[in-house]
Design a protein around this ligand. Structure first.
Ligand code: AMP
Ligand code: MN
Ligand code: MN
Ligand code: MN
Length: 284
């Protein structure tokens, strides 16, 4: 049984391949009934996505995936049901996007030191109109020029810590990002906790601090977790009294960990983050 609910995906507003409306169409065609568009550090796709909502009979949830720094590590916090007009949220996201430009220059400089020229322009050429710049766009540039055969190896060889295209960056303060989400009426969800490679002690510390800061849910079923991690994070959600979320983290065909509409149900015992949402009442 696969879930009809997908609370994490990306459009061309960040590093996805499909424009917001095309993404919603794709989700609907894959059988998704409730969808949250969660672009990195931007909410500008939500209006376009909403325009096809009724026509497709899908329910859209306002979302965003915010890049934050916690103890010198980069984490992603998904905000669900945020208000896309809340000024402090918009100002915070704008400042993260500004930081991304500076970081991109640093990345390009690192790449030029190993003889890879033109990566700044080349990466921006893959950015959608008004969209933000990310490592994904550098990955596409590097692949296009034959530096790597697939996304996995391009990240591993060029774009992660210790590699030439990696540039240390300070993202939003986690407490600030949590308050933007909470004060805009949203639900803070820790995205793909299994991806952070924290070790047991730091993971427990993170979950406990996240909850104290007002965190309400963690992603249990996500395209970037293994089946074992579904169980592991289902247990941790229970232990920390956090709700459980589900999302494909879809970025487009061949650019994703998982297709939409293929996510398994949450493990037994999880309390879904949507347990009290009216949008999902007809899906129970
Ligand atoms: P950024 O926010 O600019 O650091 O870019 C992060 C994005 O890069 C993530 O949201 C993913 O879409 C993508 N990404 C990170 N690591 C990998 C990887 N190993 N393979 C494929 N995509 C990745
Ligand atoms: Mn991404
Ligand atoms: Mn993420
Ligand atoms: Mn994501």
């Amino acid at each position: 049984m696969s879930s009809h609910i997908d609370l994490h995906c990306h459009s061309t507003v960040s590093d996805g391949i499909l424009a917001p409306a095309a993404l919603v169409r794709h989700a609907a065609a894959q059988g998704v009934k409730v969808l949250a568009l969660t672009d990195h550090d931007d909410v500008r796709g939500l209006d376009e996505a909403k325009q096809v909502e009724d026509e497709l009979g899908i329910r859209l949830i306002n979302g965003v995936e915010i890049s934050v720094t916690w103890n010198k590590r980069t984490l992603h916090i998904v905000g669900l049901k945020i208000s896309p007009d809340f000024a402090p949220l918009l100002a915070g996201l704008a400042s993260i996007r500004e930081g991304r430009h500076i970081r991109a220059e640093g990345m390009a400089e690192g790449l030029s030191k190993i003889g890879i020229g033109g990566s700044l322009q080349g990466a921006y050429a893959h950015v959608g109109e008004g969209g933000l710049i990310s490592r994904t766009h550098f990955a596409r540039f590097l692949m296009e020029h034959g530096y790597a055969k697939d996304t996995r190896s391009v990240f591993k060889n060029y774009l992660v810590k210790g590699k030439p295209g990696y540039f240390e960056h300070r993202w939003a303060n986690i407490e600030d990002a949590m308050s933007w989400i909470l004060e805009s009426g949203g639900i803070p969800v820790l995205a793909h906790p299994g991806r952070y490679d924290l070790g047991r002690t730091n993971m427990l510390k993170l979950l406990s601090e996240f909850r104290e800061m007002g965190g309400m849910a963690i992603e249990v079923v996500t395209g970037s977790h293994t089946k074992d991690q579904y169980q592991e994070f289902a247990r941790l959600a229970h232990q920390f009294d956090l709700l459980a979320s589900v999302g494909s983290d879809y970025h487009g065909a061949a650019h994703s960990y998982m297709e939409m509409g293929r996510l398994p149900d949450l493990p037994a015992g999880c309390v879904p983050v949507w347990h009290d949402w009216v949008e999902t009442a007809d899906l129970h």
